[in-house]
Write a protein that binds this ligand. Structure first.
Ligand code: ADP
Length: 499
């Protein structure tokens, strides 16, 4: 590992923030867990404890849901004008931007991601999410509908109303982005929220909670309960007074959420796993495709649901692309998140590191070969080397299952129909990409791929305004863009005779 540089000094506020056990936000108050328990969160770059956080469970979820219900039914939130809601959200975004450096440092410490990435991607994207949805607060409209019932004259129209109390369960790969991405549309549409961050990375969501009151958002509108998935998360998913649950995480837990939600048939939206095909044709601009494919898998240590983890390369260019991606992978500066020159940090936890390494072992036992990488780096912190696997095929576990780590499998193809069958031959359908100079081919392949997002001659481009979500077992519903508002509103038809 290149360890040439120094870690940056931690800001005073951040050091003070992690020095004390962090309580949870319920009904505008910072409270301990009812049980009095706390749990540690770790710095993945060192494996040391970073902070202690309240361990919320069912009782705390009950308190938070009651607060969210009161804020929805009786509180000022319901009666605030859309314009005021939008202004509060914009203020919330401004405050986040004002504290950008603190949030970037806390994100890097808790998740392990490079501080440069947290500054450039995570915090600005979070601010943008809140601003984008702040704009929607005043634009959620129904329709007027020319109906023909019984040959009479009616005025018929629809109202779009907030769905109510929303539970939001988020993962650890982009902790703050996931929080703002979920909070934005909920707030814009007038819902109230109980947010449960991932137990591995609870800190930036909690720090965001510190800004809620200053932004003017009333008590009980945003509640943040930290705790484990099997206890706090499961209680939120099953809660009879929650109207909707929004979940991002593994497909396995997504299925548990669906079962838990069945009790009161709450609405469910899911953004789950992926095993996205990234397809490079021989007529592509190969010099662009090579870094595109490299970033497409190694960004965020491969802990990205839409990572381009299956790279298909037309056989004439196979060796060149494997060679190019492997060279770039071997040059990636792996290091602690808080070193400013780090390009790739550790994976989030010891458990995740062991999971990724056991996938690699399984790949090797089935005949895969690592051109570069192939296992853990060093013995301190949870580092995994960027790994390029060849000699892989669609029967192998490393090709079928989501690894969620810095591992790409590269496979050659010659026949397009066979390629499409393989690219689509997965339980997932989150994203895909195609690299070619042939416009017709690009759009034909884009239409044949069973995935919620298809990139042409680029990879991983996401935007607050562009819908994102999965076909098949990659999810239910589309987040981002105006599509996401459908997940947070109910449509009411109103109809009256006018003659
Ligand atoms: P990963 O396996 O990558 O850690 P998970 O899907 O387990 O991702 O976690 C995503 C989120 O789901 C986290 O906030 C976690 O606490 C939560 N979670 C895990 N298990 C459950 C469960 N049984 N019910 C509700 N939430 C859960």
């Amino acid at each position: 590992m290149a360890t040439a540089t120094q870690t940056i000094p931690i800001e005073k506020n951040v050091a003070a923030y992690v020095a004390k056990p962090r309580p949870m936000l319920i009904n505008g108050k910072w409270v301990q867990a009812a049980s009095g328990k706390t749990f540690p969160t770790y710095n993945p770059s060192t494996g040391e404890i970073l902070a202690h956080v309240a361990e919320g469970d069912k009782e705390d979820i009950d308190r938070a849901v009651a607060a969210a219900r009161a804020a929805f039914e009786k509180g000022p939130w319901r009666n605030i004008t859309p314009s005021e809601r939008g202004r509060m959200m914009w203020r919330f975004a401004d405050l986040l931007e004002k504290h950008a450096e603190e949030f970037a440092q806390l994100e890097s410490l808790d998740n392990g991601k490079p501080i440069a990435m947290a500054r450039m991607v995570d915090i600005p994207t979070s601010v943008d999410q809140l601003r984008y949805y702040a704009g929607w607060a005043t634009k959620i409209e129904g329709n007027t509908i020319p109906i023909s019932a019984y040959g009479a004259k009616y005025l018929a129209y629809t109202l779009r109303e907030p769905i109510g109390v929303v539970g939001q369960i988020i993962p650890w790969n982009f902790p703050l982005i996931m929080a703002t991405l979920k909070l934005g549309p909920a707030l814009a549409s007038g819902c109230t929220v109980v947010l449960k961050p991932a137990e591995q990375t609870p800190l930036t969501a909690l720090m965001l909670g510190e800004l809620v009151q200053e932004a003017g958002i009333p008590d009980g509108v945003i509640n943040i309960v930290t705790g484990y998935g099997e206890t706090a998360g499961a209680a939120l998913a099953a809660h009879p007074d929650v109207n909707k649950i929004a979940f991002t995480g593994s497909t396995e837990v997504g299925k548990l959420i669906v079962h838990a939600a069945a009790g009161n048939l709450k609405k469910v939206s899911l953004e789950l796993g992926g095993k996205s095909p990234n397809i490079v044709f021989a007529d592509a601009e190969i010099e662009g495709a090579i870094p595109g494919a490299t970033n497409g898998i190694f960004f965020n240590s491969g802990q990205v649901c839409c990572a381009g983890s299956r790279l298909f390369v037309e056989d004439k260019q196979f060796d060149r692309v494997v060679d190019g991606v492997s060279q770039l992978a071997s040059k990636i500066r792996l290091g602690p998140g808080m070193e400013p020159t780090t390009q790739m940090g550790p994976v989030v936890s010891e458990e995740q590191m062991n999971r990724v390494c056991s996938y690699l072992e399984s790949g090797f036992s089935e005949g895969a070969k690592a051109v570069v990488g192939g296992g853990r780096e060093g013995n301190k912190g949870y580092f995994v080397k960027p790994t390029v696997l060849v000699n892989t095929n669609e029967k192998m576990k490393v090709v079928r299952e989501e690894i969620f780590g810095p591992v790409v499998t590269v496979m050659p193809f010659s026949d397009v129909d066979d390629l499409l069958a393989k690219a689509n031959g997965t339980q997932f359908g989150l994203a895909a990409a195609v690299w070619t100079r042939d416009i017709k081919k690009a759009h034909r392949i884009a239409s044949e791929l069973r995935a919620g997002t298809v990139w042409i001659n680029c990879y991983g481009v996401l935007d607050s305004a562009m819908p994102f979500g999965g076909y098949k077992q990659s999810g239910w519903g589309r987040e981002m863009g105006h599509e996401m508002l459908n997940l947070y509103t109910e449509v009411k038809s109103v109809c009256t005779p006018i003659s």
